[in-house]
Design a protein around this ligand. Structure first.
Ligand code: B16
Ligand code: MG
Length: 252
């Protein structure tokens, strides 16, 4: 696809050499090291903790709920909540507090947490997107690599709209569209199918252990965003999404 995009452009003979250099340089981003076949056609980004720090707002809302229930939720506990669905997160929170409630009350508590979370995120501004993320997405798309968003959050569309980034993606998959949440691979497989690419042609950017596990289970490459200790199963770990260089794709 990269070749097609480039070959379609008219080439002036005086610029041919420059063009060939450019082609050589960009091709190395998407070709396997043996340069025989194009491997990567798409990048799939998680939202919370990868594009914006909504993970922190999830933590604040869960912590507030735990406070109300009479126990302390720590940042370390919060790692277990990243990437997993709202109801699964609640089960983990209740387990941490040693609390049992009825199914009805679970819904009441989950709604309470969600109301607080939505209240926090509604105050978010486009400036909160992590530095370099939009630039990376633009670079990938200019190189002919498709880009999708795959978030377990049922609030993903609201967040994306608040950040004004709805047009940055070729596909968007969220928690309302899947039956199984991460670490199940369903969300990433659905994103790949919406983009019309094979799982092995995708790279996933993830900040959660459950998300890394889901990406690997989908048969995709995974770049972990965060702590190398926490995300050691990923093919590569970077501290921040914006640090990723497109040329690194060939070495994953
Ligand atoms: P909601 P991601 C995930 O989003 C969060 O990491 C996780 O902490 C949260 O419980 C889940 O979304 C569900 O969110 O309650 O808004 O539906 O990291 O997959 O973008
Ligand atoms: Mg996340």
């Amino acid at each position: 696809m990269l070749y097609l995009n480039l070959w379609r452009r008219p080439i002036k003979s005086s610029r041919k050499l420059i063009f060939e250099e450019l082609l050589k340089s960009i091709s190395s981003h998407v070709l396997s090291p043996d340069k025989k076949s194009i491997l990567i056609k798409a990048c799939i980004f998680d939202l919370d903790g990868v594009i914006v720090d909504t993970a922190h707002y999830h933590f604040l809302a869960w912590k507030r709920l735990a406070d109300e229930l009479g126990f302390e939720l720590t940042e370390a506990d919060n790692e277990r909540l990243k990437g997993v669905s709202r109801m699964q997160s609640l089960d983990i929170v209740l387990e941490l507090g040693g609390i049992t409630v009825s199914e009805h009350n679970k819904f009441v508590l989950a709604n309470k947490k969600n109301t607080w979370f939505v209240d926090y995120v509604e105050r978010m501004a486009p400036e909160e997107i992590f530095p370099g993320v939009k630039h990376l997405i633009h670079e990938l798309r200019s190189a002919g690599i498709k880009v999708a968003l795959a978030s377990s959050s049922k609030n993903a569309k609201t967040v994306v709209q608040l950040l004004h980034i709805q047009n940055e993606f070729d596909a968007l998959v969220d928690g309302t569209m899947v039956a199984n949440s991460k670490p199940h691979p369903e969300i990433f497989l659905l994103a790949a199918s919406k983009l019309g690419v094979k799982p092995e042609e995708c790279i996933v950017f993830e900040d959660a252990e459950a998300g890394v596990e889901a990406a690997l289970a989908a048969g995709m490459k995974c770049v972990g965003v965060g702590s190398p200790l926490q995300l050691k199963a990923a093919h590569k770990v970077i501290a921040k999404t914006g640090e990723f260089k497109i040329r690194e794709i060939a070495n994953l």
